[in-house]
Design a protein around this ligand. Structure first.
Ligand code: ZN
Length: 222
């Protein structure tokens, strides 16, 4: 039994091996693949697991089932939701997360930059490079101090990609994760947080209105 997040149903489940591991030809190392079935009763769909090792398995079926770093197809791609963010910006943010999930780090960062640019533009901030826009968003109290500082810390990686300068080394996933987290935080502060606040305020005003009406009705009745 191997445990993973099923790429079909999104649950963390046990995967039961349903075919014997097969050793794939054409690799220098030993690469095995096998079919597994999701144990979630509402799913039961099949996934393919693959693993590469320096040495061969003595007993492939038992040994592969014990592996902890199998790579799975399909891969689970978490769907983030941004209900209070304008549709176009939200859909690009969802795609940035999808890129990150498949380790397409440069794609994730390029989209995250576009999302932050579009957010600034949506708030009427159109001048200067991205960093200047973030500073302006902070000036207008759209984002917090700490978010602006964070943006300064991590802007380098994103800049390389924006200027078509891909660098000597691939972007480390942690850098891409930090940039996506910053994008999430900016969307939270600019759209999601204020929308929640407005909803609370609206429901308080409605409650007060209802209470006032009740009171008036009682007074009229008495
Ligand atoms: Zn499943």
């Amino acid at each position: 039994m191997a445990s993973t997040i099923c790429g079909w149903c999104g649950d963390r489940t046990h995967m039961a091996m349903v075919t014997e591991p097969e050793r794939l030809p054409g690799y220098m190392s030993y690469t095995y693949t096998a079919t597994f079935q999701c144990s979630n009763e509402a799913c039961h769909r099949l996934s393919i697991a693959t693993v590469s090792r320096q040495t061969g398995y003595a007993s492939p079926k038992k040994d592969m089932a014990r592996e902890t770093d199998l790579s799975w197809q399909p891969t689970h791609i978490p769907r983030r939701e941004f209900p209070d963010v304008p549709e176009q910006i939200a859909s690009a943010a969802v795609e940035a997360h999808a890129c990150l999930a498949i380790r397409a780090c440069r794609g994730a960062v390029a989209l995250a930059r576009a999302v932050v640019e579009a957010t600034a533009k949506d708030k009427g901030i159109t001048k200067g490079p991205l960093v200047a826009k973030i500073v302006e968003m902070h000036k207008q109290n759209l984002i917090r101090d700490i978010t602006r500082e964070l943006a300064h810390e991590i802007r380098e990686g994103g800049n390389e990609i924006a200027h078509g300068d891909l660098g000597d080394e691939p972007m480390p996933p942690e850098d891409a994760e930090a940039i996506i987290a910053l994008m999430d935080e900016i969307l939270e502060e600019v759209y999601q947080g204020p929308a929640r606040m407005l909803a609370l305020k609206r429901s308080r005003l409605e409650r007060e209105q209802r209470n006032a009406e009740k009171k008036a009705a009682l007074q009229n009745g008495s």
